[in-house]
Design a protein around this ligand. Sequence first.
Ligand code: ADP
Ligand code: MG
Length: 260
Amino acid sequence: MKAAQLERLQEQLAKLRLIKSQERLEALLQEAVDKELSYADFLDQLLGEELKSKTAKNITMRTNLARFPFVKGLDAFDFSYQPSLDKKQLQNIANCHFIEHGENVVILGPPGVGKTHLSVGLGIKAIEHGYRVLFTTAANMIATLTKALAEGKLEDKLKTYTVPRLLIVDEIGYLPIDRAGANLFFQLISRRYEKGPVILTSNQSFGSWGEVFGDRVIATAILDRVLHHAITINIRGNSYRLKDKLKAGLIRTEEPAVVN
Ligand code: ADP
Ligand code: MG
């Protein structure tokens, strides 16, 4: 092939935004000649690499948009450390059928048992399945909505939390929520109800959500909607943050874990 033709092809690929193909064209053409590949095989390889590259870029972009506190997948989670967790159940949830069915996932457990890690892991799976995901903490979301309400922009801000197909609200119960905050939380849950699934995590059992939200009636209304279609995962283990200290015998497991 003439140099001018190669250059023209590369320009055309660039205009079509097939950047990986542009990069790889020369090498793959050479390979096709060397290995006497068919036209179909060559095209298969070129388009395969392009698609893989675009998919990876897309996942990276959507992972950034999700605003995870850290990026750790389920494969980095040591299930043997949390025997109360049903690995099969989690792998099943990771298939993301719950998103299709509009089901919620609630992860409960004391500090350090991996609630945030699991919610991020499921969020990454959702992104890999092509969904838009947003991660936030209860405190952060309520502060944002409270500010938006004061500025008369509540409708707009609510959209931030309703548009992503999957919303993850971490750390319900770490900070007390006042009545106005509880109301905003309820509004958000109502809007997503039976449309967009949420993953919620909390260190407080459902029975304590009345205190968490400072109002038993609102807490019941929130729980009513969240639990109507929900999978609850209860983790009853030791904090992973204390793993090494526990191993070294520096603390006993019956002591309350004071972390976070
Ligand atoms: P929680 O949200 O329940 O307080 P995190 O998910 O933040 O706990 O976990 C605390 C730290 O320990 C994180 O860095 C997390 O990745 C890690 N971690 C927790 N449980 C496990 C586990 N079973 N296997 C691997 N890492 C874990
Ligand atoms: Mg956490």
